[in-house]
Design a protein around this ligand. Structure first.
Ligand code: PA5
Length: 458
């Protein structure tokens, strides 16, 4: 499933990690029982077995019975409300899908695009340009139902949809995923007659990819959400029984903790397939929001190799030695076809040239991925020699099933890791500070006093 290779982690840190394994096993058990700090938000653990498969069937049925044509799904959400979907969609989609599907007959897989994850006015204008040429369906996702970025984007998009399609059809083309009872989005959806899905009370945003938050847009986009669930289920089941106490998920958490205790402050996740960029964004949010509190936690950062070896690689090799690095290595990545899943393997070798004028004769006939893999191995040894403790997480191939496994692995590792640090993995008090200031500066009723104080300071 997923293999952790710690051979390039210093022996003293490995020994420290081994000695904290019993604490990690206790933390895992507390998560399982919902008895850890923040235990009321552990509904994501073992989710597939408890609710996930039933939900996946419900979501599939909704998509099958939609009865309208769409070629573009707009996911409106921020943080945990969009990153999981984007991680899967970008990992498994053709990089040039927009350009390639134009004019193609009957493309099987709709395009997924994103809004409400920033406040770029120009970005929204461009999105409206795109929608003008497509048949859109909107999935607005907000657990709280009150987050400014998606709320603003959705107001713009709702107006666009109602003007273009009329209120009745616009309502059929909008699906909302939010709290079951409260929040502005819940009320708006009820008033407008939108189909709704629920974000469970006991699952926080960054742990919600396997709930309707991720499943609805991914199913609308033509991805195999059952395979995603099976992959996660397989991982969660591997934490059952005796084997749990020595599971590599605990080893990963303990190695990170040992690195933190030894003064490492930046945790790099390096990937060598650009299509993994959004998966790493998802990982950054997961660890950053879960651990970064009370002056603790390593700062999670992503590195896109080999591209970044020609920029940040210098720093990793030779800069301040407060880094630790994990290589996320995928055994086999086949280029997706634009229309969706296929059995055809598409690979590329370095071609034969009659004259060896570029000095690449020694690479002739070798797969490009082989060269990529050699670059990763060489980098791991070099960075380790340069004093950066290195781990490798190996996944055999890239598909919905393995991504489901990775989600379950990282969520569990993150919860255990945060508990080992002594912080609540499931709250994010720091995010509230900026939200309040934004409300105050924009004159939201109830925030007048703070608004006055901020204007004086600015
Ligand atoms: O992990 C979290 O809870 C947050 O990052 C949220 O996902 C993010 O702030 C979006 O919140 P909401 O879904 O309530 O709009």
């Amino acid at each position: 499933m997923i293999r952790l290779d710690a051979r390039f982690f210093p022996a003293d840190l490995r020994a420290a990690a081994t000695s904290s394994l019993p604490d990690a096993a206790t933390a895992l058990e507390a998560v399982r029982q919902g008895e850890c700090t923040g235990g009321e938000f552990t509904g994501w653990f073992d989710w597939p077995r408890r609710h996930g498969f039933a939900l996946a069937s419900e979501v599939k049925q909704y998509v099958q019975e939609l009865g309208l044509f769409y070629d573009t799904v707009v996911v409106v959400g921020i943080g945990g409300s969009y990153l999981g979907c984007r991680a899967v969609a970008e990992a498994l989609s053709h990089s040039y899908a927009t350009a390639l599907s134009r004019g193609a007959k009957n493309p099987l897989r709709p395009l997924i695009v994103y809004a409400g994850h920033n406040l770029s006015e120009a970005g929204l204008v461009e999105l409206l340009d795109l929608l003008g040429e497509r048949q859109p369906l909107i999935n607005v996702i907000s657990k709280s139902g009150t987050t400014t970025e998606p709320a603003v984007a959705f107001r713009v998009l709702r107006e666009y949809m109602e003007q273009r399609f009329g209120k009745a059809e616009a309502s059929r083309r909008i699906v909302a995923t939010t709290d079951g009872k409260k929040g502005a989005l819940r009320q708006l959806a009820a008033d407008s007659g939108y189909k709704t899905f629920v974000v469970p009370d006991d699952v926080g945003g960054r742990f919600s990819v396997l709930t309707a938050v991720g499943l609805v847009p991914l199913a609308l986009g033509g991805f195999d959400i059952e395979a995603l669930m099976h992959g996660a289920d397989e991982m969660f089941r591997s934490f059952d029984g005796e084997q749990a106490s020595s599971h590599q998920v605990l080893e990963y958490a303990c190695l990170r903790k040992a690195a933190f205790d030894a003064g490492k402050r930046i945790d790099l996740l390096a990937y060598s397939e650009p299509r993994l960029a959004s998966l790493v964004e998802w990982w950054k949010q997961l660890f950053g929001e879960s651990e970064g509190k009370h002056g603790l936690g390593m700062f999670p950062a992503g590195l896109n190799y080999t591209t970044d070896l020609h920029s940040l690689g210098q720093y990793v090799q030779d800069g301040c030695r407060n880094l630790v690095q994990t290589f996320l290595s995928i055994g086999q990545v086949s280029a997706p076809v634009p229309q969706g899943p296929t059995q055809v393997e598409r690979r590329l070798r370095v071609p034969h040239a009659a004259v060896n004028d570029d000095d690449l004769g020694y690479l002739e006939g070798r797969f490009i991925s082989e060269i990529n893999q050699a670059a990763m191995l060489g980098t791991k040894v070099a960075h380790s020699d340069g004093g950066v403790p290195c781990l490798e997480l190996q996944v055999r191939e890239l598909n919905e099933r393995t991504l489901g496994g990775l989600f379950a692995f990282f969520e569990t590792a993150c919860a255990v890791s945060a508990l080992l640090l002594g912080v609540n993995p499931f709250d994010q008090p720091g995010v509230e500070a900026y939200k309040k200031n934004l409300f105050a500066l924009l004159g939201k009723p109830g925030f007048e006093e703070l608004g006055g104080e901020l204007r004086r300071r600015l």
